[in-house]
Design a protein around this ligand. Structure first.
Ligand SMILES: [Fe+2]
Length: 368
């Protein structure tokens, strides 16, 4: 049994400013990676650049990270980083920006690696430039994990790359949620929920790493009614939602995710469904299957969330993210691919059958 999260993590209001010295000590020239708009509108980019300007650390902003960052975008960003002679990378945003920052930090330290080869297992562990993560959504948890999910459109693949890339510093501030749309908060909170459920319903779950999702699920349960209600989430919950997301990241840092995440990638890649709902559609049916293998764990999850049974869990998720329909052909294709996905199937805490996999798809995706 092992516990290992080497990232220096701060969760508090104004933590970018409060820990300016930590940020300035990481490197001498920064590449900042963000999406097009959100980091500029929620104040996070200004907070970071104020610190860098005060510390006279030159920086370059690369604001072209798309949802589900592609190897083509990484190539462009890595070239900019090298031309600028950056020696550290700051990812500001949701999982896409932070995962892209991780991959570019790896490319920066290994200029001979082609971004299209990032999914191939390396002969030896590769170094990476230091990364600072500033999350601005309450779902990814990437600030506390070694994982980067990257899309290679040339081979139709969305998957984590087989490299261990922990940020050196994570600065987590709930205030960046203030400008986020309600549905974005809901979608990302469902992602965090999935991280914790999949971490417990996982063959790698143990006494150490279980502390995180068990506490996180209790916090998530306290935010549940606000997520389900009409209208905006009260500002008093922002920090709790962000903390829960970071705790959920710490959870999967030890166990990784299981079937709902594995199943979501096809839905995102082939149907463009955002990550949170794409995972959430599969979560209740996966939990139901796991009740055959680890009934006490499922009971515990439901009770921490304040739910009576799987039926209530299913209804709650449907109220948050709705349902999704695909063609029968698409569903069959997804199911066939998942039945071959040993890296996810082997993490299920019981002997899952091909029929179980079919049953999860049937319960999770309706037909058009
Ligand atoms: Fe996720």
């Amino acid at each position: 049994m092992r516990f290992f999260v080497p990232t220096d993590i701060y969760v508090e209001k104004n933590c970018v400013k409060n820990h300016a010295q930590n940020m300035l000590s990481v490197g001498t020239r920064a590449l900042i990676m963000t999406g097009k708009y959100s980091a500029a509108t929620n104040g996070s980019l200004d907070d970071v650049t104020d610190v860098l300007n005060t510390g006279r650390v030159p920086f370059l902003v690369f604001n072209e990270v798309e949802e589900n960052p592609s190897t083509d975008t990484l190539r462009k960003a890595a070239r900019s980083a090298m031309d600028f002679k950056a020696d550290f990378v700051i990812g500001i945003g949701g999982g896409s920006a932070i995962d892209a920052a991780k991959a570019v930090a790896l490319l920066l330290a290994n200029p001979y690696v082609d971004p299209d080869d990032l999914h191939k297992a390396p002969n030896r562990p590769l170094e990476h430039a230091p990364i600072i993560a500033v999350p601005t959504t309450c779902g990814t948890g990437s600030e506390a994990t070694p994982v980067a999910i990257i899309t290679n459109h040339k081979i139709h693949l969305k998957k984590s790359i087989p490299h261990i890339i922990f940020p050196v510093l994570a600065l987590v501030d709930g205030k960046y949620l203030a400008t986020a749309k309600k549905q974005l908060i809901v979608n990302t909170a469902v992602d965090a929920l999935s991280h914790m459920v999949e971490s417990i319903l996982n063959v790698k779950s143990n006494t150490f790493n279980r502390m995180f999702p068990e506490y996180g699920l209790k916090l998530w349960g306290e935010c549940k009614d606000a997520l389900l209600a009409n209208g905006n989430v009260d500002a008093s919950l922002y920090e709790k939602l962000m903390l829960t997301s970071t705790i959920a990241g710490m959870s999967i840092a030890h166990t990784s995710t299981t079937l709902p995440h594995g199943m979501s990638y096809d839905l995102t890649l082939h149907a463009g469904v955002p990550h949170g709902p794409a995972v959430g559609y599969f979560l209740a049916a996966y939990t139901e299957i796991c009740a055959k293998f680890v009934p006490d764990d499922v009971k515990k999850i439901l009770s921490l969330l304040g739910l009576k049974d799987i039926g209530e869990f299913t209804t709650m998720l449907q109220n948050l993210i709705g349902t999704y329909s695909v063609t029968r052909e698409m569903r069959d294709q997804f199911a066939a691919a998942m039945k071959e996905n040993r890296s996810k199937l082997d993490l299920v805490p019981g002997k899952i059958t091909p029929e179980d996999v079919d049953s999860i798809y049937e319960k999770s995706l309706t037909l058009v």
